[in-house]
Design a binder for this molecule. Structure first.
Ligand code: ADP
Ligand code: ADP
Ligand code: MG
Length: 709
């Protein structure tokens, strides 16, 4: 029967093609066939071990041991999973050295956060299994009670500050349970991965928690492991936490016999905990670092794991994460704690760097100059000489060089790194802007910048075909332009009352639209969060989540003075005071570029009769970001190109076609399911109609390449 069960589970696992868990990766048909009939002497089967992973296809690991012997009985399956998780070499046999906490009295573990700015609390735990017992899937009520009784005997022998009381869960009222869980002391029965593995069988019988008066030393009985021994306290004094744990463990070790083997160390229910079983964690406030793209890979590189604030499989709250050592096997207790200690030091260092704010222009320049890895156009063209020539200049809106470069200085991973603080910045700071503009728009560096007069082409004879008449690849098409009111500054120096005045001027003009363009203005102020999120998710509205724009002052006084205007069927939209004063947008499902373009041009022409926009003979329409200058036109498709986008040369293909690929939720976001936002890259030095044609030709080629891939 257990073999049939395993076969059914395996069937489920193999059909879950989207699953990324280690179990699915390593449980090949050959290995499955080889081990499926085996049983441990306590009656543990393959079905016991793989149930959770097969029923939760979003598992990270997906396998638990039915009992200590399972690691040997099913070693062909466990070993590769264990090696991959703990980052051990594939070819080498597993071996784990004896327990070694080092000399805790000579510990060099200093307080990780003496100022108390980042670390909320520090916790180190180990897991232990009592020799002779199985793990949750095969434990009987009597087994659990026997484990509890043995544990209690040992726990009652603690003295001094480790002395405590045991509280069985079955005697504890619900309020106390939830409060203790909320405060991170107690466990509960809400982890569906553990649940599927039998972790909550006969809940809450024979479970409980032991703790000392100050709740700095705690022992969990019959949670995931027979015993979890925990030392924790507020703040970052990891040396004290570690010493307390090591001291407590000495006492336990004298009283109890634990299951252990020389290959994988102390035996635990979950293979991620084998070896030292030690997880040293901090609850740490890192709102800036955790919001960056590199956060995940940094943790991986430092052998750290990030969890949410209420433990494994929960979410972070307010930028607070649970960060701990990831590896527990193949190194000593001492080394595991130090791996975490060094990693957390680096995490704090990087968070501090991100929190840094320059106090003057010299500091900004210095910071940029020292940033070796920075590849932005700002860094490339802000030479010492240029800096000296521009550092004392000011525009009539009182904008300085600092206002233009702050975002690029604070975000060293910027592509451009430079924003204009007002329309006049483009002339006042031309020495810096010009080369950046030429580089971005691929103009010749030694020739002056020129931009043709606006030319929208002959709207009656556009000659664009529908890009995807079959409707199989293009989800939607969108064209937008940006416009700036002539007399108003850009976000870095825009005053709050000016933004409000400008909004009024804009809305008055927008309300004059008629026919297909007629619509309603919805200010962000007063719009419910749900409406905002839904409109953003549907690609109609903007939000305040772009850190580059944020650093440039783009979200100052948010959401005051911002809003969206749209017609009834949401094919014509205007963003007010997002990145630019105005963004005019025409969009619809499918690939009919001609219809979309015509609608947009009609709107632009109508609006230009009412409002005066900032324009310059050299640079065309002036926008906040130099990448949008000229036509300011970005024509994009959301297009399904799973094959082409997986090709290594995808980026260079786009580059060659003068196209830019973005993620599905706009600039600085990721693609989802092979759908990309593909648009013209150039906006300056060509006319509007040429920019659209460039995109049309590029997308036609992209479609051809996708069909061929
Ligand atoms: P473990 O693997 O150690 O059992 P979990 O992720 O299951 O860890 O979390 C167990 C509990 O420990 C949760 O309530 C979690 O919030 C708490 N916890 C983990 N690390 C810390 C810490 N550094 N400070 C306070 N509580 C913590
Ligand atoms: P822009 O530079 O035009 O403001 P962003 O990259 O900031 O563009 O994206 C703005 C919003 O427009 C995002 O919600 C994005 O998903 C949406 N968007 C862009 N192109 C399309 C398209 N072709 N179809 C649907 N939505 C789109
Ligand atoms: Mg846990």
């Amino acid at each position: 029967a257990h073999v049939t069960e395993a076969e059914q589970l395996y069937q489920k696992l193999t059909s879950a093609t989207e699953s990324r868990c280690l179990l699915r990766k390593h449980l090949t048909q050959a290995i499955f066939d080889k081990v499926k009939n085996r049983k441990t002497s306590l009656g543990g089967t393959l079905a016991h071990c793989i149930r959770s992973g097969c029923e939760n296809i979003d598992s990270g690991v997906g396998i638990y041991a039915s009992d200590p012997e399972a690691y040997a009985t099913f070693s062909e399956l466990f070993d590769p999973i264990i090696k991959e998780y703990h980052k051990l070499p594939e070819k080498k046999a597993l071996h784990h050295a004896n327990c070694d906490f080092g000399d805790v009295n000579k510990s060099k573990l200093e307080d990780l956060d003496p100022e108390g700015k980042f670390i909320v609390s520090t916790r180190i735990r180990i897991g232990r299994s009592l020799d002779g017992f199985g793990f949750p899937p095969i434990l009987t009520v009597q087994n659990r009670k026997d484990i509890e009784a043995k544990a209690l005997e040992a726990l009652n022998s603690f003295s001094e500050d480790l002395k405590g009381t045991y509280y069985p869960l079955s005697d504890m009222d619900e309020d106390t349970q939830s409060r203790l869980t909320e405060e991170h002391f107690l466990f509960n029965d809400s982890d569906r991965f553990l649940k599927a593995a039998g972790g909550y069988n006969d809940w809450p019988t024979a479970r409980g928690i032991f703790y000392n008066e100050s709740k700095t030393f705690l022992v969990w009985v019959n949670e995931e492991d027979h015993l979890r021994v925990i030392s924790m306290q507020k703040g970052g004094d990891i040396g004290a936490v570690y010493k307390r744990l090591a001291t407590a463990y000495k006492t336990l070790e004298e009283k109890l016999k634990f299951s252990r083997d020389d290959r994988v160390g102390f035996l635990t229910f979950c293979p991620t905990n084998l070896g030292t079983t030690l997880r040293a964690s901090v609850h740490i406030k890192i709102p800036l670092l955790s919001a960056t793209d590199k956060f995940k890979s940094l943790c991986e590189k430092l052998n750290l794991q990030a969890r949410g604030i209420h433990g494994e499989h929960t979410d972070s709250q307010g930028g607070v994460y649970d960060i701990s050592n990831k590896r527990r096997l193949g190194l000593t207790e001492y080394q595991a704690v130090h791996e975490m200690y060094n990693g957390i030091k680096e995490i704090i260092k990087q968070e501090k760097e991100l929190a840094w704010r320059p106090s003057n222009l010299e500091e900004m320049f210095d910071h940029l100059t020292k940033a070796k890895s920075c590849k932005s156009l700002l860094k490339k063209y802000l030479t010492k000489d240029t800096f000296e020539k521009l550092k004392d200049k000011k525009t009539s809106h009182n904008a300085t060089l600092g206002d233009c470069i702050l975002s690029g200085v604070l975000n060293l991973d910027s592509g451009v790194g430079l924003y204009a603080a007002d329309p006049e910045s483009y002339t006042e700071f031309a020495l810096l802007f010009d080369p950046v503009i030429k580089d971005y728009h691929k103009l010749k560096l030694n020739e002056p910048i020129t931009h043709p007069a606006s030319d929208f082409g002959d709207l009656e004879n556009l000659g664009f075909a529908d890009l995807d008449p079959e409707g199989s690849m293009i989800v939607s098409t969108r064209i937008r332009v940006g416009r700036s009111h002539k007399d108003f500054a850009f976000p870095p120096v825009l005053q709050s009352e000016d933004r409000i005045q400008m909004e009024q001027n804009s809305v008055e003009a927008l309300n004059a639209f008629s026919g297909e363009l007629k619509g309603t203005y919805y200010p962000l102020t007063g719009m419910s969060k749900e409406t905002q999120d839904q409109l953003t998710k549907d690609h109609f509205l903007f939000n305040d989540s772009d850190r580059f724009l944020k650093a440039a002052g783009g979200y100052n006084d948010w959401p005051t003075g911002r809003g969206i205007f749209f017609n009834e069927n949401k094919t014509f939209l205007v963003w007010v005071n997002e990145e630019d004063h105005l963004r005019l947008i025409s969009m619809q499902k499918g690939g009919d570029v001609g219809a979309i373009y015509k609608r947009l041009v009609t709107a632009i022409k109508a609006l230009e009769e009412k409002l005066m926009f900032a324009r310059d003979d050299r640079l065309g329409y002036l926008t906040f970001c130099p990448s949008n200058l000229g036509t300011t036109l970005r024509a994009s498709v959301h297009i399904k190109i799973p094959h082409l986008s997986a090709r290594k040369d995808f980026k260079s293909v786009c580059e060659k076609l003068k196209l830019q690929a973005r993620g599905i939720h706009g600039e600085h976001t990721a693609s989802e399911g092979g759908v990309y936002d593909i648009s013209n890259k150039r906006r300056l030095g060509l006319t509007e109609i040429e920019a659209v044609k460039e995109m049309v030709a590029g997308v036609q080629e992209i479609i051809r390449l996708e069909k061929e891939s």
